[in-house]
Design a protein around this ligand. Structure first.
Ligand code: BTN
Length: 243
């Protein structure tokens, strides 16, 4: 059963969710916020979180080995892309690892935090920010919002309810073996030149595959292949390098 907790304002739904998870809140507790004062993105970036956007974190306790836990994130981005397509008839696509783009513009980002005991996942918290009725494009030129794309105010409540129902259904069906294969059908990252930036290095190459654990495989200039497990992905050859 899904338990939704709504807060008008929090520092970050990731913080609230972590606190609840450590206090043994039930599986599929969802922390939703009207706005965040310290919303955060991947690689310690800030996530603009004023009114109008949809911000939530799901506390999940899947019974899967740690090495395959990233599949839950891929299932979440895949589900969100499908729900956005169905609700708004837009060409929502997934960008590695878990961004949602529409016509090259980012409309959603995902962050996950995991705690485990030996090989057992205690919880994996998945935080999702969706540019719904806000417009971050002034500050983030590569970003857009559902309102801007569809030309109308969208119901955040309806979007959240639809996403959660669909995600719960897909999680229960335990289609984990097929998640990556299905995700690949909706991605705009494969078969294009990308640059992956981490704290340690920058890798450039052709994105040729995503492995069963979610790692991106790059074909480098010298023909060798490199497996990338995390990082910021920049698509090259677009009018801008989308983040
Ligand atoms: C990214 O693309 O860098 C990930 C952005 C994740 C933002 C969401 S909003 C809800 C949750 N709370 C946060 O502070 N971050 C995530």
């Amino acid at each position: 059963m899904i338990q939704i907790l709504y807060y008008p304002e929090v520092s970050s739904t990731m913080d609230t969710a972590k606190e609840l998870a450590r206090k043994d809140c039930p599986d599929f507790t969802v922390v939703v916020a009207g706005r965040q004062t310290r919303g955060r993105g991947r690689l310690k970036r800030q996530w603009l979180s004023d009114d109008g956007g949809l911000y939530f974190t799901m506390v999940l306790r899947p019974d899967i080995p740690v090495q395959l836990s990233s599949r839950v994130n891929f299932l979440a981005s895949l589900t969100l892309a499908c729900v956005l397509r169905e609700l708004f008839q837009i060409d929502a696509a997934v960008k590695w690892p878990n961004d949602i783009l529409v016509d090259g513009h980012k409309i959603s980002g995902m962050l996950s935090e995991l705690e485990a005991e030996t090989d057992r996942v205690l919880f994996v918290n998945i935080g999702i920010g969706i540019n719904a009725n806000n417009d971050p494009s002034g500050v983030e030129p590569g970003a857009s919002s559902l309102k801007k794309i569809t030309g109308r105010e969208i119901s955040k409540k309806m979007l959240l309810a639809r996403f959660l129902a669909e995600f719960e259904k897909r999680l229960k069906k335990a289609e984990f073996e097929n998640v990556i294969a299905e995700w690949k059908k909706y991605t705009v990252t494969l078969n294009r030149r990308v640059k992956i930036v981490t704290h340690k290095e920058v890798s450039e190459g052709l994105a040729v595959d995503v492995e069963r654990d979610g790692a991106l495989v790059l074909e480098l200039a010298d023909g060798t292949r490199k497996k990338i497990v995390y990082g910021d992905c920049f698509h090259q050859g677009e009018c801008f390098e989308s983040q």
